[in-house]
Ligand binder design. Structure first.
Ligand code: DQQ
Length: 645
């Protein structure tokens, strides 16, 4: 799309000069420099046909053969790597058949009809509809030409595709309409702030608003004549300034605040969140200091900042005031390791500072939303059900060659309701929004199934490729008390997975398995009893045998999960063709696996229980399995608008 940028005036139209509030004037040179450079680039591209835009048009479309240049796309343009390319360089390619590839599309996860998708953007509720925008490449199944895809739903499950909402058509977003967030103002107006990557890959913040505020579908968007409304401040590199949050209102200032992620390499590679204050979303003041910074964590992408109630089970609006009974969550997507980390703490608007409750578990050092394939997440407040809802991007771990063949890449997680865990007081709980349960049908229930040490127990549930599973496990207490596991410092990822036998684990379920277990993904618990008698519980996914295909990245994921005295060990698992999302202990620890079964597909997908521990018998105390219907995600038609309302 950069080639298109030549069709637009590289500087704002003289009839609509940029508003230059004091805080912006001194940085105008940067914008002017970027714009002039863009103009020079456009001319050079026209003369030589070799601009970055021309490079992107080299990418083949759907079904095309291998990309001609195996270059790494994200980092060159100022964001993290968007594919598993580097990890798969020496993997032999697998003879995928069309029916195998077709199977990988899911039934109730959101994914576009075709092509590439990454971060969720601007999720919101507007005039009766839930809106999801997303980073989208309309031209290919690989990252690039980033545009905002758009879909709407009445229930967060059944989605309708709409035309793309915003395309890179101005100099200030010629290189991509990157990630952003929605803010609903008290009078119902909607302000959308997003990062534009200019033709020179300078990251600037832009404002857009609905062309017709009365249109509940928000089909048309207008980009502000004042764009860019923010450019990188002094000391911040042009490629380290992105992803504005939803704004929160600070009554004492009669103003809104937003956070923007960045990094400070001169302060030990610290990830930082800058805060700007605005009263009109057009002019902004950079507040002194930062909301928070953590040394060693590098660039913070897709910062999210929101309040949670410590006393009630409802979500809070982003502008809910800090105070007793309210804590604030700070989340950052770490460009360096591509994981979403959060911490819970206290926000003080007067000092513009957020302090974590547990500094040893600061952002980037402790808790993650999800220990699997999950990144660039964003929450929004749903006023209808008074809940905070989290979306996350599930990337691919196959090769780009395979993505091009299947014609699409990436999914969004099932939207998850987020609450403060009042029992532990130290983590969040994530749970699939209850609307998902509308897809359940035909449940099968089992109780007290014995899983002796070293056994695999098939579950007679027929096909299990599109299921919602809730399982509770019990373990012989005396065995637990007597056993001391030699595995000090157990770690799911370095453990050897479900095949590694310990005294007290692993045990759990094998999902997306075929009859002879040549394919299986293990979802399991693993107890470790230390010499001091304390027991820690690990929750893991093992993808190592998830597919016979060789050209995919397979990992063992997981972390600790708190299990309080008197609690039963429990897990909920959503299985959807090629995605497995698991929620242990009510959602204290979550894992998402993106897998690529080749024979555990169609009516060949099965479910098993297993116990690979050597020293403990396990009982599946209760097990409930629902077949899940399809969400029938489809393009929106006028008929839908009449029949649904
Ligand atoms: N994705 C967007 C950026 C963001 C990154 C570009 C995170 O705005 O930082 O597609 O995946």
């Amino acid at each position: 799309m950069a080639a298109d940028s030549c069709a637009y005036p590289p500087l704002l139209h003289p009839d609509h000069p940029v508003a230059t509030p004091t805080s912006r004037k001194k940085y105008l040179w940067l914008v002017t420099f970027a714009a002039s450079a863009a103009l020079i680039l456009c001319v050079a591209a026209f003369l030589s046909g070799s601009s970055s835009g021309a490079r992107r048009t080299d990418l083949p479309g759907n079904g095309a053969s291998e990309p001609r240049r195996r270059i790494s796309r994200g980092p060159a343009e100022g964001v993290s790597e968007k594919s598993s390319m580097g990890l798969l360089r020496s993997s032999p390619s697998y003879p995928w058949t069309n029916s195998m590839l077709l199977w990988q599309r899911t039934a109730f996860h959101f994914q576009p009809q075709k092509n590439w998708m990454n971060d969720p953007n601007g999720p919101t509720y507007y005039k009766g509809w839930y809106h999801l925008f997303y980073q989208y490449n309309p031209a290919s199944a690989m990252w690039g030409n980033i545009t905002w895809g758009h879909a709407v739903s009445l229930d967060l499950v059944h989605w309708f595709y709409l035309p793309v909402a915003m395309v890179p058509d101005h100099w200030y977003d010629a290189n991509g309409v990157w990630t952003g967030s929605a803010t609903i103002l008290p009078d119902g107006r909607l302000a959308m702030l997003y990062t534009g990557s200019t033709a020179e890959s300078v990251q600037v913040q832009n404002l857009a608003f609905p062309a017709d505020p009365d249109d509940p579908l928000l089909l048309k968007w207008v980009k502000s004549e004042s764009n860019p409304v923010l450019v990188p401040p002094p000391g911040i590199a042009p490629k380290d300034f992105r992803d504005p949050t939803t704004a929160w209102y600070v009554p004492s200032e009669s103003a809104w605040r937003i956070a923007i992620g960045s990094k400070n390499d001169s302060q030990r590679h610290a990830g930082i969140a800058l805060v700007y204050q605005t009263s009109d979303f057009l002019s902004y003041e950079l507040l002194p200091g930062v909301l928070h910074s953590v040394a060693g964590t590098g660039m913070w992408e897709c910062v999210d900042f929101y309040p949670v109630s410590t006393e009630s089970s409802t979500g809070l609006d982003t502008s809910a005031a800090a105070g007793p009974g309210v804590k604030h969550v700070l989340k950052a997507s770490m460009d360096d390791d591509r994981h979403d980390y959060y911490a819970i703490g206290t926000y003080e608007a007067a000092t513009n500072a957020w302090v974590p409750d547990h500094p040893e578990k600061d952002v980037g050092m402790g808790l993650r939303y999800d220990y699997g394939m999950f990144y660039a997440s964003k929450t929004f407040y749903d006023p209808v059900k008074q809940r905070r809802v989290l979306w996350g991007w599930i990337g691919e771990t196959d090769s780009e060659r395979t993505d091009l063949r299947k014609g699409w890449a990436s999914l969004q997680t099932i939207p998850r309701a987020v609450l403060f865990d009042q029992k532990t007081g130290s983590n969040l709980l994530q749970w699939p929004v209850d609307d998902v349960e509308r897809l359940r049908s035909g449940s099968q229930e089992f109780s007290n199934i014995s899983i002796p040490a070293g056994s695999v127990v098939p579950l007679d549930v027929g096909t299990a490729t599109q299921v919602d599973i809730v399982a509770e496990f019990g373990v012989n207490k005396s065995a637990l008390a007597g056993a001391v596991d030699a595995v000090a410092g157990y770690n799911c990822s370095t453990s050897g997975g479900a095949a590694g036998r310990g005294v007290l684990g692993p045990f759990g379920l094998l999902v997306l398995a075929d009859d002879d277990l040549s394919e299986q993904t293990a979802v399991y618990f693993y107890f470790v009893r230390s010499t001091d008698g304390s027991i820690s519980t690990h929750f893991c996914h093992d993808e190592l045998r998830s597919s016979q295909a060789t050209d995919i990245v397979k990992r063992v994921y997981g972390s600790l999960v708190p299990v309080l005295d008197g609690e039963t060990l429990s897990v909920r698992i959503l299985v959807d063709h090629s995605v497995i999302e698991s929620f242990a202990q009510g959602g204290r620890t979550c894992i998402t696996s993106r897998v690529y079964p080749t024979s555990a597909t169609y009516d060949g997908g099965r479910l098993f229980l297993f116990n690979n521990a050597t020293g403990v018998d396990v009982t599946a105390k209760s097990l409930k399995i629902w077949q899940m219907g399809s969400a029938f995600i489809r393009p929106f038609s006028e008929h839908d608008s009449v029949s649904l309302h």
